[in-house]
Design a protein around this ligand. Structure first.
Ligand SMILES: Nc1nc2c(c(=O)[nH]1)N[C@H]1C(S)=C(S)[C@@H](COP(=O)(O)OP(=O)(O)OC[C@H]3O[C@@H](n4cnc5c(=O)[nH]c(N)nc54)[C@H](O)[C@@H]3O)O[C@H]1N2
Ligand SMILES: Nc1nc2c(c(=O)[nH]1)N[C@H]1C(S)=C(S)[C@@H](COP(=O)(O)OP(=O)(O)OC[C@H]3O[C@@H](n4cnc5c(=O)[nH]c(N)nc54)[C@H](O)[C@@H]3O)O[C@H]1N2
Ligand SMILES: [Mo]
Length: 763
């Protein structure tokens, strides 16, 4: 295991608000850390502007009328990370073998700077050596042609543009597979599966203006202060209008408590804060099904009582009759649920659940915002469906100010799914693709992330292409997958900075450096723009203007096309070269493939605020088998997928405020008061005492999955924290070694990263 410490650990509660001066100070640290001068600030000002670039960090919608500086602390960190002045050159690789680099931390690897040259792994010296682009492409093409297409995996991390993603999916299918896992498989796939089954669309139904019409926000398992900070302004505006925000989260996340807008001079000068949540419920990890069952139960009981008193009911019976299916079975199951079990599984009192239900029962337009706290559980899909059940009970979908609002992760993760990055045939217009592009597309379901991992361990997967990301570090059972990587015939990583995945060679191994989204992308003498889709289905153009980090970089689109033309038989309807010379032609192809959603794509791509590609459920048109929105009957109150047992804890893996997924920007999780280390175990003080541990002691966690495999993470510092009893927290990705590959969500296969059964073993 690589070293992870920066300096001396310091743990001290932070009492500032989210945003505020803390975020300004944190910003002031970033530029020198990446050795950037003030000119970087000019770039920051172009972030999320109509003619600027779409932030490379999160997918939160970019407004039509942006603020002077439409970015947040963490968006700025992401920009600075890409603008970094250091370079990881061929000299760097001459100095360091892969064996040595495997001992470096994630932080140190990426801190080495932007990759500058295409590299090939040389086993004799255990080093990457520079290679010419054409030589690399030819060798990759030959290796792929030599293997069965079904044994190749083309992974995508959610950052690549719509244009690149479309070509990548097309290349895979024309070559002969749809093994197209993407980071969404580890993220909101529970949403894509759950919402599709419930309301016929795989995405949320709300839009930015819904914040102006809502009167209650139910907030489940998402941490906006760190992971979507621009949302805090929407939440603040809602609070100023008196909108209630009811939060369910095992941790008291600062962004959901209080916020000072760092871009509001008056608030900054006076230190005024807006309190965000009007009710804050520290639900047990995996307790949301119980909470939502309790709320539903209250609504049914109050509905009965209201009708008995001759008052209007609490349920929207008209909506339920006209628009839904399956209510009777749902109602029977909820009425049969036992309050003692609900309270026990939720870890909240009945009064607390009733208090939330009371506000829900009197609100007329309700948004339900959620993130990984719901999706990354064995019952992740059931969580999403239960949230929809609650909304359906009161007709809270398809009207202003109401609807499910999943907060997507990567800046284009939702869009990649829209343009064909999926292993599921039914999610792409296969026949239209065949007719337009003149090849026979595979019909057999491809591999998702879990399937790809199994295939790497068991052997049928022979080749892996990573279009961005850090697959090896992001997946569960990361030690086991690392150990199996060497069995591959081919590993190709398209990346901007060095990460741990790049340090595990296959028989043939290539590291291909690409342009970032902020950089100028010139093809055939013309500057190109790309596009991305945000969390609320709006498509935005993005134009990079910065001088590329190295003259040897190629765009992701060009790299994908160069590989494609070497593995797909020549075909005039697949004009890889013409597409790469003019991305506008790729957008025409996207429009031809999905005409309804992408009409006039080129003309509309720079619409302020993006153009909306539409959403049937938002119009109350339900594209489900029954033609109605579907109620779902949960089969349990416990989302973890395992029973409690003496000594067994529920471990959640968490992001700090100083990282983007596996990219560690630094060692300061400001809001949680942790500095200098990521080797932390958050634990309730009474659990610490009961286990006979002392604050600051180091312990080992061992997975308690009963599958005969030993999985351990050592050296975690016991840290008293306001977390429910029986629950623990540790940082992702360092804790991924503890998550069994088969501990994933039913149906969606999202790793159950928020509830891993573990035991504490003293070091
Ligand atoms: N700066 C920054 N921005 C990011 C990212 C980043 O790493 N850094 N990552 C991006 C990506 S890819 C994604 S997917 C999103 C992730 O954004 P989030 O969805 O916020 O993901 P997490 O940080 O994993 O945190 C999930 C939250 O759920 C809570 N939680 C854990 N278990 C439960 C539970 O059982 N029930 C409930 N109700 N809550 C629970 C945790 O306490 C935490 O507040 O952010 C995106 N934006
Ligand atoms: N335990 C645990 N595991 C998790 C999660 C969790 O909450 N807990 N969250 C899951 C989630 S939500 C996600 S989305 C996945 C994330 O999984 P990934 O998307 O695979 O991982 P990232 O860390 O976002 O990828 C970072 C790398 O992307 C490359 N990169 C950055 N920008 C670019 C670019 O513009 N182009 C290219 N080609 N490469 C670029 C850099 O080399 C960088 O090292 O992890 C999942 N794993
Ligand atoms: Mo994600």
């Amino acid at each position: 295991m690589a070293e992870q410490h920066a300096d001396q650990p310091e743990i001290e509660a932070y009492d500032g608000p989210a945003g505020g001066w803390g975020s300004v100070r944190s910003l002031a640290d970033i530029l020198p850390r990446e050795r950037l001068g003030p000119s970087a600030l000019a770039e920051l000002a172009r972030q999320n502007k109509p003619e600027g670039f779409a932030c490379v960090s999160c997918a939160w919608p970019k407004p039509a009328e942006p603020h002077a500086a439409e970015f947040c602390e963490n968006g700025a960190k992401a920009t600075a990370w890409e603008l970094a002045s250091r370079r990881t050159t061929p000299d760097f690789f001459r100095e360091h073998s892969l064996t040595e680099l495997r001992g470096w931390s994630d932080y140190r690897l990426e801190e080495a700077g932007r990759l500058t040259h295409p590299m090939r792994y040389d086993a004799a010296t255990d080093r990457y050596v520079a290679v010419e682009w054409d030589e690399a492409f030819d060798a990759i093409g030959a290796a792929l042609r030599a293997c069965d297409p079904k044994s190749a995996v083309f992974y995508t991390s959610g950052r690549a543009s719509l244009e690149t993603s479309f070509l990548y999916g097309l290349a895979a299918r024309a070559y002969g597979h749809q093994n197209l896992p993407d980071s969404s498989n580890m993220c909101h796939e529970s949403t894509s599966v759950g919402l599709k089954a419930a309301i016929g669309v795989p995405v949320g139904t709300t839009r930015p203006h819904d914040f102006d019409h809502t009167d209650l926000i139910l907030f489940f398992g998402q941490n906006p202060g760190s992971n979507a900070p621009r949302m805090l302004r929407d939440l603040r505006a809602c609070r100023k209008r008196g909108v209630e925000i009811i939060t369910f989260n095992p941790l008291r996340e600062r962004g959901l408590e209080r916020f000072t807008d760092p871009q509001n001079p008056l608030e900054m000068a006076t230190g005024s804060e807006t309190s965000i949540s009007t009710q804050y419920h520290q639900v047990k990890t995996g307790g949301d099904l119980a909470v939502m069952t309790g709320i539903a139960r209250c609504l049914l009981e109050w509905h009965d009582a209201a009708l008995a008193n001759g008052e209007p009911g609490v349920l929207d019976t008209d909506f339920i009759e006209r628009h839904t299916h399956g209510f009777d079975a749902f109602e029977a199951a909820i009425r049969a649920a036992d309050w003692t079990a609900i309270v026990d599984e939720a870890g909240l009192t009945r009064d607390a659940i009733e208090a939330a239900a009371r506000v829900y029962a009197r609100s007329s337009a309700v948004m339900a915002i959620y993130g990984m706290g719901l999706t990354q559980h064995v019952k992740g899909v059931a969580n999403v469906r239960m949230l929809v059940n609650l909304l359906l009970m009161r007709g809270n979908i398809g009207k202003p100010g109401a609807g499910p609002t999943p907060v997507r992760g990567h800046s284009n993760v939702q869009g990649q799914r829209t343009v064909g990055i999926t292993e599921k045939t039914e999610l792409v217009p296969v026949e239209r693709i065949e007719a337009l592009y003149g090849f026979t597309a595979p019909r057999e379901k491809g591999l998702d992330t879990i399937g790809a991992c199994r295939g790497i361990v068991d052997g049928p997967v022979r080749a892996f292409i990573g279009l961005g990301g850090n697959f090896l570090r992001a997946v569960p059972d990361s030690d086991a997958i690392e150990a199996a990587w060497g069995k591959l015939d081919l590993s190709v990583q398209i990346a901007t900075k060095l990460n741990r995945n790049h340090l595990f060679p296959a028989r043939d191994t290539y590291l291909l450096p690409c342009l970032g989204r902020i950089e100028r992308d010139v093809q055939a003498g013309r500057a190109q723009a790309v596009s991305v889709e945000d969390s609320m289905s709006a498509i935005h153009g993005s134009r990079g203007r910065v001088e590329p980090a190295s003259p040897h970089l190629k765009s992701e689109t060009r790299i994908v096309a160069e590989i494609a033309r070497r593995i797909v038989p020549a075909n005039p309807r697949l004009p890889w070269e013409a597409w790469t010379n003019n991305y506008g032609l790729i957008r025409d192809a996207i429009e031809a493939t999905w005409p309804e959603q992408f009409a006039d794509f080129n003309a509309r791509m720079f619409t302020p605020g993006g153009f909306w590609r539409g959403n049937k459920a938002a119009e109350r048109i339900w594209e489900t088998p029954s033609g109605r929105a579907e109620f779902d009957v949960p089969d349990t109150l416990n989302a973890t997928g395992f029973d409690d047992a003496p000594g067994r804890f529920r471990l959640m893996t968490l992001r700090s405020n100083d990282q983007f997924n596996t990219t560690v920007y630094g060692y300061h999780d400001r809001f949680r008061g942790v500095k200098g280390t990521r080797d932390i175990l958050f634990m309730h003080p009474a659990d610490i005492a009961e286990a006979g541990l002392a604050e600051g002691a180091t312990v080992t966690l061992e997975t308690d999955a009963g599958d005969g495999v030993t999985r351990r993470r050592t050296g975690l510092i016991v840290t008293p924290y306001a977390i429910p009893r029986g629950c623990l927290g540790a940082y992702y990705p360092e804790a991924n070694v503890l998550i069994p590959l088969e501990h994933h969500a039913e149906q969606s296969h999202v790793l159950a990263a928020k509830s891993v059964p573990v035991r504490i073993v003293t070091d």
